[in-house]
Design a protein around this ligand. Structure first.
Ligand code: S3P
Length: 171
């Protein structure tokens, strides 16, 4: 079984993904971490040194890696990855896509003091998050087979919901 978590920055994809993978006894992958390992550089540095376009190409490349052929895994993907039609199609091909949906308030609360997200850096984080989230929401919804509202739920509860709702899926 292959479970893919998509959603906005701060939705909890990595935290939930790790816990879910542990519960299921599957390996856990995260596109940001795979890219950082491949480039030996942080996401922030890739953005500032090579630009966002390069980072977006690396995301597509990662989704074509041989690890995707393994029997089971849980994958969490960067918040911007599903914006590209090619990536959305690849995700649906390789796994069950679950959208962890959160509101701006939750994003800002979770990312308070965070300096690792280049797209929310600087002033007006609320305005930036609001408009990005509004723009991206329909893409996430179109790209997902399941939507899980994650604002007021703990990690355990979210994992149980994903396990229950993916139990009958075959990808
Ligand atoms: C991004 C989200 C980040 C990371 C990069 C760009 C985005 O990942 O890929 O900073 O465009 O939303 P997370 O969603 O894990 O924060």
């Amino acid at each position: 079984m292959h479970i893919i978590l998509i959603g906005f920055m701060g939705a909890g994809k990595t935290t939930v993904g790790k816990e879910l993978a542990e519960k299921l006894g599957f390996p856990f992958y995260d596109t940001d971490q795979l890219i950082e390992a491949q480039m030996e550089m942080s996401v922030s540095n890739i953005f500032s040194k090579f630009g966002e376009d390069k980072f977006r190409s690396l995301e597509t490349e990662i989704l074509k890696g041989s690890w995707t052929q393994e029997e089971n895994w849980v994958l969490s993907v960067g918040g911007g990855l599903p914006m590209k039609a090619e990536n959305q199609a690849l995700l649906k091909q390789i796994g069950i896509v679950v959208y962890l949906r959160v509101k701006t308030d939750t994003v800002l609360l979770r990312l308070k003091g965070d300096t690792t997200r280049p797209l929310l850096k600087g002033d007006n984080a609320r305005e930036k998050a609001d408009s990005l989230l509004e723009y991206r929401g329909p893409f996430y919804e179109a790209g997902a087979e399941l939507v899980v509202d994650a604002d007021e739920k703990g990690v355990e509860e979210i994992c149980e919901e994903i396990i229950a709702r993916t139990a009958s899926c075959s990808k």
